[in-house]
Ligand binder design. Structure first.
Ligand SMILES: Nc1ncnc2c1ncn2[C@@H]1O[C@H](COP(=O)(O)OP(=O)(O)OP(=O)(O)O)[C@@H](O)[C@H]1O
Length: 239
């Protein structure tokens, strides 16, 4: 079997003096969708920030696509082909949809070694965005902003999409659309690392799951096994 695309071994992370992650290990293989599941405050967002070099962290092994990323700054990690969509989305609220995408497509921003996304291909995937190209980011709903943030991540041609709680603050009907969109991206060959509290989102999209609690790994295995345990065991890994 080929080496994993992302290998994380023994990851610790801190905010100031407060240690948040304890010896976390996980991996994502090429074409796979992997869920980080856990309750509020479990450390999911911190795990993704630690991966991107946005918080102080230490790991025995932190390798993406064969490159040691432990000492790389965030922009270099992104350029290797990781499209990170943070929980707060970080779109420019004063700029329009089209301008937000233009900024992501500035020269030198791409180069992620993944499939290139033309504007047409993006708008095929996100027809709502195609219809609101002149709308300012600040005038969009939570779900629309999430889609824009996802579209913007694709502009940099990632191989791995890292999505931090994409369903948060999004209306249920839009969550369904989002599941379809992320599922289509997976079907196109992109690898996905998804942090979620919404179990249904993980179950619809992911092949495998890691359950995190209080900064530690509590369980890992195929999504189907987690689903089985959740439905039939009195003490499920999610309790
Ligand atoms: N900037 C920060 N400074 C200090 N502590 C923080 C900071 N951000 C998060 N924490 C703490 O780190 C722990 C993990 O938070 P994290 O946001 O990673 O959890 P999470 O699993 O993503 O939960 P949520 O679903 O609420 O985002 C929590 O105890 C949280 O209070």
């Amino acid at each position: 079997m080929s080496a994993p695309m992302l290998e994380v071994e023994g990851l610790d992370a801190w905010y100031g003096a407060a240690r948040i992650l304890f010896d976390l290990s996980f991996e994502v293989r090429r074409g796979e969708a992997v869920a980080l599941i856990g309750p509020n405050g479990a450390g999911k967002s911190t795990t993704l920030k630690a991966l991107m070099g946005l918080v102080r962290r230490r790991a025995r092994r932190l390798v993406f696509d064969g490159v040691d990323i432990a000492d790389l700054p965030t922009y270099r990690i992104a350029r290797l082909g990781i499209g990170y969509v943070p929980e707060d989305r970080r779109i420019f609220t004063d700029l329009t949809v089209a301008e937000n995408l233009d900024i992501a497509a500035r020269p030198g921003a791409a180069g992620g070694h993944g499939p290139a996304w033309s504007r047409e291909a993006l708008f095929d995937l996100f027809p709502n965005l195609a219809r609101m190209q002149d709308r300012r980011g600040g005038a969009m709903s939570g779900g629309e902003q999430q889609m824009l943030s996802l579209a913007r991540a694709l502009v940099s041609a990632p191989q791995l999409l890292v999505l931090d709680e994409p369903s948060e603050g999004v209306a249920p009907i839009i969550v369904e659309q989002m599941i379809d969109t992320i599922g289509a991206l997976k079907a196109s060959g992109l690898s996905i690392l998804l942090s979620e509290q919404n179990y249904a989102v993980c179950n619809s999209i992911c092949d495998r799951a890691y359950v995190i609690g209080q900064g530690e790994l509590r369980w890992s295995g195929p999504m189907a096994s987690l689903d089985e345990a959740r439905n039939h065991d009195s003490a499920s890994p999610l309790d």
